[in-house]
Design a protein around this ligand. Sequence first.
Ligand SMILES: [Mn+2]
Length: 398
Amino acid sequence: MSLNFTNVCNKPYVFAGNNYKNNLKAVSFSGQELITPKVQEKMTAIESEIQKANKIAVFTHINPDEDAIGSSAALKNLIISKYPDKKIDVFIVGRTPHGAKCIDDVSSFECLNKKSDFEAIKARNYDLAISVDCANRDLMKDGSKIFDSAKKKIKIDHHPDDDNINNYADINLVCEDASAASQAVLLLADHMNVPLNKELATNVYMAIIGDTQGFRYMKKPDGVFEDCSRLTKTGIDSRKIYCNTMDYMPKEALKFYGQVLNNIKFSKDGKIAYLIDDSLAERNAKTGKYTNTSKTLKKDGLEKADVKGILDNVLSIIMPNIAGVKIAVKINEQEDRIKGCMDTGASLRGNGVNVDEFAEKHGGGGHEFASAFIGSKEKADDIVKSLSEYLKAKEQQN
Ligand SMILES: [Mn+2]
């Protein structure tokens, strides 16, 4: 289908809230003409597939974060709002974040695991499978078995995919300027003329809070705030959603939280703050062996999701903002005993410093100020050293 460019650009971008009906420009995502003819064409194609399908399955990446689960819930809500008779199943693989408690119908989502009867689920014969916030197909894990069995497949995402190597669906809508995949879902809701409701807005908002780490990491801040302004107008409990997503702390976690804070170390010049995962394991005085951290924590009544939440919080929010710190890094140092070499991973956060280049040099990647890599042959100390050198070189450039 070819589209007349002029027609598309002249068409007012109608926000579902109708407050911006007279606004002639697409202002979502920082005033950019986000709705290019190509995006417009794709959204029209997506709508027509949704219209045709009776049974729809929604998927996202393993261990969904707030954006993944919020976008899934938002997509289900938007489809049901317009087509109440369609059957929509949302599938989840792995643990869900605490923010998911804000989603009304999260209990209706189906969890896939080793025991799931995949043949029986495939026999439901889904007409359409849609993935959200899932950059590549493998991240769906077991979900991909069902995704692949659907007659038509759609991907809605926001992770950059320069070479289109991850176009694993029939229609691939990737909005790279969106800070959360849920903003792309919101765009689709607008395109389909689905008015914003409180539930849909809650899901989209929670997803944005999660992926921007509470408005700290945004690709296009004005676009994020414009979208959030529309969402809050529906009467969502923005305080509750924010606190549930960002500030939740189970009592049992306090000891662990303190332990993590105590283990933050610094490079000599104080510009690199680092945390080595292993230092959190407890050493058995008799055997001299380290007890697996997750086992110790289980004893304390902590769930894996809580542990991850605390580590994310310390790495993304506390560490980069300690006075003088430019780069924060959490290093998971382990040895590959079979290969006889190190197999180290690291998550990086930059305080105004690009850390993505460093991660890319180590075979990883992500975003400018939040990036990661795995499978390095270096030890933790060496990574801290080369990070120091990397930072020095960066500072000399400026
Ligand atoms: Mn996301």
